[in-house]
Write a protein that binds this ligand. Structure first.
Ligand SMILES: [Zn+2]
Length: 285
């Protein structure tokens, strides 16, 4: 059976490496398609779904990829348990692989992404043109990074003096109450106890923190007491007191002045891992 045989397996159309007639081909360029794109899921331009490589031994190379070696992109996919597979091969080595990278349009070659995958090979770009194009792309990328990095302009120096520790405490108390609008006095009390617990355990580190904490607690406790008297006035005399409701821990937020290590101790980051970087070598769409 050969590539021209009408009864050839359908995958041979895109995988000439599977054809025993091609057993003597020394090197193959391969295109890997990832079932799920890697990268910024909210930004299609920040995603990569294809990888071009070249090898003398496709099976061995794919084993390496699945073990997380040889390509950061495929390692990220392997670690995320996302499947990937070779969708197409061409006889050729590094030079041909390079032209695919330079073409920078992997989906056009992919039989799973394109209804009519491109048949012609990408044009070989002379080395100096490639270098110039890469430099231009890097310069554009840097310019874009500078442009986006600039957006939050530094605020002009404020004439107002910084708020006092007491004012900070009251401001945080207002925020605390605003976020819990509609809560009962018991819920607020539980929430206050919750956010203050580590602070009470470890104490204030500075006089300023001590003052902020005192103002914070005073302000909230005052609001809770007011709310509680209101609730009691509203309640018909024969109705029993409502059961104390435990506030939901997730909704607690520590005040701004709570030292960082206290916050981290109490609220470990549920997503500490950095998202994987798309492989720049893949140059995929
Ligand atoms: Zn594809």
């Amino acid at each position: 059976m050969t590539l021209d045989d009408p009864d050839r397996p359908p995958e041979w159309e895109w995988r000439p490496d599977l054809d025993p007639a091609n057993a003597e081909v020394p090197e193959w360029v391969y295109l890997v398609h990832l079932d799920r794109p890697i990268g910024d899921r909210d930004n299609p331009r920040g995603q990569a779904q294809h990888y071009f490589g070249s090898t003398e031994d496709l099976e061995e190379r794919m084993g390496r990829h699945r073990a997380g070696r040889g390509s950061p992109l495929l390692r990220a996919a392997a670690e995320a348990d996302d499947d990937f597979h070779i969708v197409r091969t061409w006889p050729g080595g590094r030079t041909l692989e390079r032209t695919f990278h330079d073409a920078q349009n992997s989906p056009r070659f992919c039989p799973e992404c394109s209804a009519s995958p491109r048949m012609s090979l990408p044009k070989v770009t002379p080395r100096r043109v490639r270098i110039a194009a890469r430099k231009a792309a890097e310069a554009a990328k840097k310019a874009a990074a500078r442009a986006t990095g600039k957006t939050p302009k530094p605020a002009p120096p404020s004439r107002e003096p910084p708020p006092s520790p007491e004012a900070k405490g009251r401001r945080d108390a207002e925020r605390f109450l605003a976020r819990r609008d509609g809560w009962t006095s018991d819920q607020l009390q539980a929430s206050l106890e919750y956010v203050m617990r580590p602070y009470r355990e470890h104490g204030a580190r500075t006089a300023g923190q001590q003052a902020s904490m005192a103002a914070f607690v005073d302000h909230i406790q005052g609001a809770i007491d007011d709310l509680r008297s209101g609730e009691q006035a509203m309640r018909p005399p024969d109705e029993p007191e409502p059961e104390q409701q435990a506030a939901v821990a997730d909704e607690h937020e520590p005040p701004d002045w709570l030292p960082e290590e206290f916050r981290q101790r109490r609220e470990p980051d549920p997503h500490p891992a950095e998202p994987p970087e798309p492989d720049p070598k893949a140059r995929a769409a």
